[in-house]
Design a protein around this ligand. Structure first.
Ligand SMILES: O=c1[nH]c(=O)c2[nH]c(=O)[nH]c2[nH]1
Length: 283
């Protein structure tokens, strides 16, 4: 046979599920609710090759069934965190179906924060998104990663970029005072599953943000390295962390033709192209 199916996986993406949790039941207007919401991606690997190569669907757990599984288990599981719910889902697929060898579940949380002190009203924000990725694999421990994406951070000084490589194509001047703006994506791996996911997430987020502002940044690369170390120092349960920090350039606008000085005050923000900087820190 001239061709081989080198890799195959399938599942359902963007299954949007929300759950009202009612820790204390009471009258409708006073009962205190929690609202958790996520978009879930499911990817299954295993003995599905005949569906691709022979048109034999017998082994296929339909992507529609994958979708239904999310809602059924959202009912059965406490859905305390995206990490714990992701683990329930991933382990369900591997333990229920003999021919599924690996289930990857990725969750993006839509955060709802309580509106004033109302027991049943919330405000939402789509920017900073907590994430989780859980991989259950037959014969191996389940791997839980947690993270965040879309976390916008900026500082308006205490950042420069100088001394970088000189050659014929370099035009960027050295600077010792610039805007440092980025949209942080980070994900960290837990050593085992007996982790307080809420406390660990909070400690890592706080440590990364505190480190972002506690030094003069020589480059995005240096700050990424410092933030990664701070995250691991803040959470014994995390073994490694990957950060991605696009450089959201704010370029000094040339006001001279308009008869004005620009004393590091007026910038043009550009989306593209952007600097792309990533790194993984381990113990
Ligand atoms: O912090 C930075 N790192 C770079 O690698 C780089 N390259 C660039 O043009 N500006 C910056 N800034």
């Amino acid at each position: 046979m001239p061709h081989q199916l080198a890799h195959h996986a399938y599942g359902k993406h963007r299954v949007r599920v929300s759950k009202i949790k009612r820790p204390r039941r009471g009258a409708a207007s006073t009962e205190r609710h929690e609202l958790i919401e996520a978009a879930v991606d499911i990817e299954l690997e295993g003995g599905f090759a005949p569906a691709y190569t022979d048109g034999d669907n017998a082994s296929i757990v339909a992507t529609d069934t994958c979708k239904n599984t999310v809602y059924a288990l959202a009912k059965d599981d406490p859905f305390d965190t995206i990490e714990s719910f992701g683990r329930t889902l991933a382990e369900h697929f591997v333990s229920t179906y003999d021919h599924i060898t690996r289930a990857g579940v990725t969750l993006h949380q839509h955060s709802w924060a309580r509106l004033l002190d109302c027991p049943h009203a919330f405000t939402g924000s789509d920017a900073e998104t907590p994430t989780a990725r859980v991989v259950a694999q037959r014969g191996a421990p389940t791997r839980v990663e947690a993270g965040v994406t879309g976390l916008m951070i900026a500082k308006t000084t205490e950042s420069g970029f100088s001394g970088f490589h000189r050659d014929a194509f370099r035009t960027l001047p050295d600077t010792d005072d610039r805007i440092f703006a980025t949209e942080l994506t980070a994900s960290w791996v837990y050593a085992d599953q007996e982790v307080d996911f809420v406390a660990s997430r909070s400690a890592i987020r706080k440590a990364m943000l505190a480190r972002f502002i506690d030094h003069y940044s020589e480059s995005v690369q240096q700050t990424l390295w410092l933030m990664g170390q701070a995250a691991l120092d803040a959470c014994d349960a995390a073994t490694s962390i990957t950060l991605t920090m696009p450089n959201k350039h704010h370029l000094l606008f040339n006001l001279a033709p308009l008869g004005r000085e620009n004393d590091n005050e007026v910038f043009v923000s550009t989306d593209e192209p952007f600097g792309w900087i990533t790194g993984t820190v381990t113990r």
